[in-house]
Write a protein that binds this ligand. Structure first.
Ligand code: ATP
Length: 406
């Protein structure tokens, strides 16, 4: 009979860091989990939430970014079960609730050394050990069998039948959220965080970070972009960034602008239609009827708005992002570069992409026209309307003697 195996990873996640990520990733494989629930605690029983702790919504959002970073959407979920419950977040209550929700499932409670060594002092440890197996892992190089074994034996003696397993994290990340909060307040610590979490912290000014979003260095700008999208899109964004830089070098455009435009070009990709429209209204971007109903067309406009108004990018970057989906007549070199880079960056794989790649470095206008005509054909095949700016781009290039042969 199939038994659902569920891992439960609780913590304050204040903020979640690479140590948490390594533990979650390893536990999924080591235990063969069907589901992993990441559960931020509302009021942890064993420690006070320090002053300056972000609002629960922020901790939940950072946990969501951590879950998404595992790239296992079928397996990993964030649960707000403890944040939604009044009072202290006792693990025994959480496990009892989960047992009701998933009758017959095998529950595994994940915890690092510090938690494991104090487990017998938690609220209702016998209930915890009855409801779930314990999966403990070391946090530092020192946390070996000699640390785990006495506690495992003690727990098994005190709570007969307790199921306890220890796993080793291949990539130990010796850091705590406490250390990170201190580092972040000094403008350091980004290397211990997943970029999506780091970007979220910077964009929301959490933990005393006072990043000037209008003058971010490249790693910070990448982190902010990463925090705004689903992680499965990040490879494409990085590919576009690198391709845009190579094309800028080839065609004599500004490499820094090409890079920044690549990093930000899809940053609003996951907004909803009403969110796109609200941004366009706020920043005075006029929309035609087709754009109002097609979020794919809107994300280039709202991405450009974010680039300009949140990240302080200049007009060149704004315009490259603004036109990267529809293209238009008479484009600048940087606009052409972003359009073409987005189309043929190394992760793209469609019939004809090799020809586009070859053309992009031989004749940029020909590559642009090929991209534009491929889009027009695709829209017609799918019986979808083609935006007038795209048709105007095609006409302009043809009028200027450009062909797709180069
Ligand atoms: P704080 O410093 O605020 O006490 P923390 O870094 O210990 O935070 P928690 O949110 O309390 O993080 O931890 C949640 C769970 O993750 C605990 O079981 C903890 O042992 C484990 N954990 C924390 N840091 C690491 C790490 N670097 N490597 C592996 N596991 C970790």
């Amino acid at each position: 009979m199939f038994t659902l195996k569920i891992g439960i990873f609780g913590g304050t996640f204040n903020p979640p860091h690479l140590g948490h990520l390594a533990a979650a990733r390893t536990a999924v494989d080591a235990l063969g989990l069907d589901k992993l629930l990441i559960i931020p605690a509302a009021i942890p029983p064993h420690k006070e939430l320090p002053e300056g702790t972000p609002a629960p919504e922020h901790r939940l959002a950072m946990a969501e970014k951590t879950a998404d970073a595992l790239l296992l959407p079928e397996v990993v979920e964030v649960s707000s079960i403890e944040l939604d419950r009044a009072g202290k977040s006792y693990t025994s209550d959480t496990l009892a609730r989960l047992k009701e929700e998933y009758p017959g499932a095998e529950l595994w409670l994940l915890m690092g050394t510090d938690m494991f060594l104090t487990l017998h002092l938690w609220h209702e440890p016998e209930r915890i050990l009855e409801l779930a197996g314990i999966c403990a892992f070391g946090r530092t190089e020192q946390d070996g069998e000699e640390v785990f074994a006495p506690q495992r034996e003690h727990l098994q003696r005190t709570f007969p039948g307790a199921k306890i397993t220890t796993i080793t994290l291949p990539g130990l990340v010796d850091v705590s959220s406490t250390q990170l909060r201190e580092l972040l307040a000094k403008g350091e610590g980004g290397e211990y965080l997943h970029p999506a979490v780091y970007g979220y912290i910077l964009m929301n000014g959490l933990y005393g970070t006072r990043a000037d979003l209008k003058h971010l260095d490249i790693p910070e700008l990448r982190a902010c972009s990463s925090s705004m999208v689903m992680q499965k899109r990040v490879r494409h964004i990085r590919g576009t960034e690198e391709e845009a830089v190579r094309l800028a070098r080839r065609w004599g455009a500004d490499e820094n602008y090409a890079r920044r435009a690549g990093i930000l070009h899809d940053c609003t990709k996951y907004l909803t239609g009403p969110e796109h429209i609200a941004i366009c209204e706020r920043y005075g971007v006029p929309l035609d009827d087709l754009e109002r109903t097609a979020p794919k067309l809107l994300h280039s406009k709202t991405g450009a708005c974010m680039a300009r108004h949140i990240f302080g990018e200049p007009d060149e970057v704004f315009n490259a992002i603004f036109w990267h989906t529809t293209a238009k007549a008479d484009m600048t070199t940087l606009e052409k570069i972003l359009y073409v880079a987005d189309y043929m960056e190394p992760n793209r794989d469609f019939d004809g992409v090799e020809r586009l790649r070859e053309l992009a470095y031989r004749d940029l206008d020909a590559a642009l026209l090929l991209g534009v005509e491929t889009t027009i054909q695709e829209m017609r095949d799918r019986q979808l309307p083609v935006h007038t700016n795209t048709l105007q781009a095609q006409a302009w290039l043809r009028d200027h003697g450009v062909t797709t042969e180069g």
